[in-house]
Ligand binder design. Structure first.
Ligand code: ATP
Ligand code: MG
Length: 561
């Protein structure tokens, strides 16, 4: 446990300290990537509890993913010790779920309602057609709620019941929301109900990282915070502690053409004159791109494991490279396959996650069902997941097929791998595990300690950081994404640029961007050009390697070191 008391804010810089120790009332922290928003948030909660006698049970912290919630809880434990348990930490979905559990009857739900899984939703949708009421009725008849209702139902409940609103306002007197730039209309309404206009609402975020408008998120809630909440205090953080200076410079230049933050500043805290430039690899093909990733990972982990990778780290530590330090990021899930294959051939372990709902991943809902129905499965939750996987894989291997179309034994095993770390984290709490499957995203099941290269969609990578990042498929049409024959709107291109910015700013020490000359998409092979987003970056920030000149083996490595 870290020292509590006057030293609590010592590990923050001057502006972070201002934010962490600001008095009550609405507070907006606007800050770019890597400026320590999450660090500031945890320290603020700890400071309020330890120094200003705020009760931890009066604090509610809302994060975007469950993984982020776990990380926050972990850091709070470190700062506050066991009392941190009393802080409510969760996502909008888990918050909504707990409000509904506490008020099931008032919300017209049975005590033991459950969140519908994919099969149940599809069945109800097929039967109800486009009739949304009929759809809800069908779910209710089976004691089910739809995932979206986890936020809409609490909103209607609170809207109609001012007394209930007062009860919750009394309970959660201090509310903190991370990634506020990505709240949607319903989540915003829930916040307005939970926090009075002059309440202790602390919103944290970066409009330039708003990347979820396709799910209904609306960055304007962030931009108009000061109008919605009375006398809102604004704090900006501008020092980036995450990325080396060349990586940060490239990212700042990349976002400049569509930055939503007036006078955006991001100053590097890390000033190593020897920091490597951004690696850029123009690949001939998708296979060549994947081979480059595999080769470079292999070189980095094998070749650098005993020497300091970044002598210029601000903390002066030396580090060794392991697979868990490395992430491969991409715009669409389909891009992962060639990389998985190339890494697999090189014997490099991977864990792949997307931002999609966990329960939508093939095999996951089947395993959840098996766990719910089979009482006979003994042992720990993780062991039961494996056993359920075995049962299902065997069942689907023989062609009878009550098996659902398109689900293969390999999907089941992959689902087992994804669910295992989550099962371990849930202890033996089956209802908690099932609720997490129903409400969580694939990325929530990421195991940060796994000795594996992490493969993520750009959307799933939000908020995370890795010493080494490959951003692959930096091509026009893929990033910005475009269906062949269609043109994205200006707003869509701006959002894609923000996504590119999110990707670049995940990297701490080394960043590689790659693009292929040819790519298969939608059943056809296309000639590809590098994304115009790269044009905004000074050529001097890149270290080009590979190119079309014949490559000497490991040539790129010699030059990069
Ligand atoms: P994002 O926008 O990507 O979510 P963030 O603003 O939430 O980024 P954090 O993840 O909190 O940034 O911090 C980025 C990194 O910088 C972390 O490794 C964190 O430990 C480090 N860091 C933050 N503040 C400081 C500080 N004052 N001194 C040293 N390191 C710091
Ligand atoms: Mg963050």
């Amino acid at each position: 446990m870290e020292e509590v008391g006057t030293g609590l804010l010592d590990r923050l810089d001057a502006m972070q300290r201002v934010a962490a120790s600001a008095p009550g009332g609405p507070l907006l922290i606007v800050a770019g990537p890597g400026t320590g928003k999450t660090r500031t948030l945890t320290h603020r909660i700890a400071y309020l509890c330890a120094e200003l006698n705020v009760f931890p049970e009066h604090c509610l912290a809302i994060t975007f993913t469950r993984r982020a919630a776990e990380e926050l809880r972990h850091r709070l434990d470190g700062l506050l010790g066991p009392v941190a348990e009393a802080v409510t930490v969760g996502t909008f979905h888990s918050l909504g779920l707990s409000i509904l559990r506490e008020n099931a009857r008032a919300a017209g739900l049975p005590e033991y309602f459950r969140i519908a899984d994919d099969t149940e939703r599809t069945a109800a949708r097929t039967e109800a057609g486009t009739d949304d009421t009929a759809y809800t009725k069908l779910l209710r008849a089976q004691d089910l709620v739809d995932l979206d209702e986890l936020v809409t139902l609490p909103v209607s409940l609170l809207r109609d019941d001012p007394e209930l609103v007062e009860r919750y306002r009394d309970r959660w007197r201090w509310i903190f929301v991370d990634e506020y730039q990505d709240v949607d209309a319903v989540q915003y309404e829930l916040l307005r109900l939970l926090s009075p206009a002059d309440g202790n609402l602390c919103a944290i975020g970066d409009p330039d990282q708003a990347i979820y408008s396709f799910r209904g998120a609306d960055v304007t809630y962030f931009l108009r915070f000061s109008q919605d909440f009375t006398d809102a205090r604004l704090v900006r953080l501008t020092r980036n502690y995450r990325s080396s200076a060349p990586i940060l410079a490239a990212a700042v230049q990349a976002i400049a053409p569509s930055s939503l933050v007036r006078g955006r500043r991001l100053d590097p805290a890390r000033l190593d004159p020897e920091a490597p430039l951004v690696g850029r690899y123009p690949a001939r093909s998708v296979a060549d791109e994947a081979d480059f990733v595999a080769r470079t990972v292999d070189d980095l982990v094998g070749g650098l494991s005993h020497r300091s990778m970044d002598a210029g780290r601000s903390d002066g530590r030396t580090s060794t490279v392991s697979f868990s330090d490395i992430a491969v990021l991409y715009r669409t899930d389909a891009q992962a396959a060639p990389v998985v294959e190339a890494l697999g051939r090189a014997g490099i372990p991977v864990q792949k996650r997307s931002h999609n709902r966990l329960r939508d991943r093939p095999g996951v809902a089947l395993i959840a069902r098996e766990l719910r129905h089979a009482d006979g499965l003994g042992g720990s939750l993780a062991a039961r997941v494996r056993l359920a996987g075995q049962v299902l894989a065997q069942r689907f291997a023989t062609p009878t097929l009550d098996a659902p179309v398109g689900v293969e034994p390999a999907d089941i095993w992959s689902a087992v791998d994804v669910l295992t770390p989550l099962a371990l984290r849930c202890g033996d709490d089956l209802p908690l595990f099932l609720a997490q499957i129903a409400t969580g995203a694939e990325v929530d099941a990421l195991d940060p300690r796994a000795e594996a290269v992490t493969l993520l969609t750009l959307h799933a990578a939000k908020g995370l950081e890795f010493p080494i990042v490959f951003l692959i498929g930096c091509e026009d049409g893929l990033l910005p994404f475009r269906f062949p024959g269609t043109d994205p709107t200006e707003d869509e291109v701006a959002e894609e640029r923000r996504l590119f910015f999110v990707g670049l700013t995940r990297a701490q020490d080394r960043l590689y961007v790659t693009h292929a000359q040819r790519r298969h998409r939608h059943g056809r092979e296309y000639d590809c050009r590098p994304t115009p987003f790269l044009d905004a970056i000074d050529a001097g920030l890149f270290e080009r390697f590979g190119d079309s000149a014949p490559r000497r083996p490991k040539d790129h490595q010699l030059r990069l070191l």
